[in-house]
Design a protein around this ligand. Structure first.
Ligand code: 5GP
Length: 188
């Protein structure tokens, strides 16, 4: 099963994904490739494969991606075939953290093997405040992330489930309930 989490940037999606991975250590995280710059708090080959735009475009040419998007008009983000194929071959469950377009691509490709979960933030103001507090963005990238919020929110009805993130612990519990409908812990 492929569990895909999406939400506008700043919704707390990555925090939820990390918590899920802690609670299901047998799940594999799909490490995406990106051409965006690494943040100080991130680790290469763990959070992302941080590569240059040229390297990314080379991988596109070599057909190495399941899906990829140019997000915020600037940076590439993509799911590597190598990440997904190995896991599926070995029957592992996978967790994805991706934008809404990427999530819908995964559904188109993998159908019922994938489950799309939208992390619904309390409101737009809360996301903007979170993005500002995080201190990871420049004025320009902050603007681009804010500009994309409405587009991402408008896609939520196309997801299999919506988890409200008013309270982090509750959101994690709700996400676990959904996962447990499809995943039998006895399989561990
Ligand atoms: P960030 O720069 O905040 O890490 O990520 C920006 C957006 O790109 C987030 O919505 C994140 O979930 C998404 N993203 C990360 N990896 C992928 C991927 O492999 N494919 C797609 N389509 N989006 C991704």
């Amino acid at each position: 099963m492929l569990f895909v989490f999406s939400a506008p940037s700043g919704s707390g999606k990555t925090t939820i994904v990390k918590e899920i991975l802690k609670q299901y250590p047998e799940f594999h995280f799909s490490i995406s490739a990106t051409s965006r710059k690494k943040r100080d708090c991130e680790t290469d080959k763990k959070d992302y494969f941080f590569i240059t735009k040229e390297e990314f475009e080379e991988k596109i040419k070599n057909d190495e991606f399941v899906e990829y998007e140019l997000i915020y008009d600037k940076n590439y983000y993509g799911t590597l075939k190598s990440q997904v194929d190995d896991c599926l071959k070995n029957g592992h469950c996978m967790v994805f953290d991706m934008d809404v377009k990427g999530a819908l691509s995964i559904k188109r490709i993998y159908g019922d093997k994938s489950l799309l979960i939208f992390v619904n933030p309390p409101d737009k103001e809360a996301i903007i405040q979170r993005l500002k507090n995080r201190g990871t963005e420049t004025e320009e990238t902050l603007k681009k992330r804010i500009a994309r919020i409405d587009f991402e929110m408008a896609k939520k009805d196309e997801f299999d489930y919506v988890v409200n993130n008013d309270d982090l612990q509750q959101a994690v519990e709700d996400a676990k309930k959904i996962i447990n409908k499809y995943y039998n812990k006895e399989q561990k």
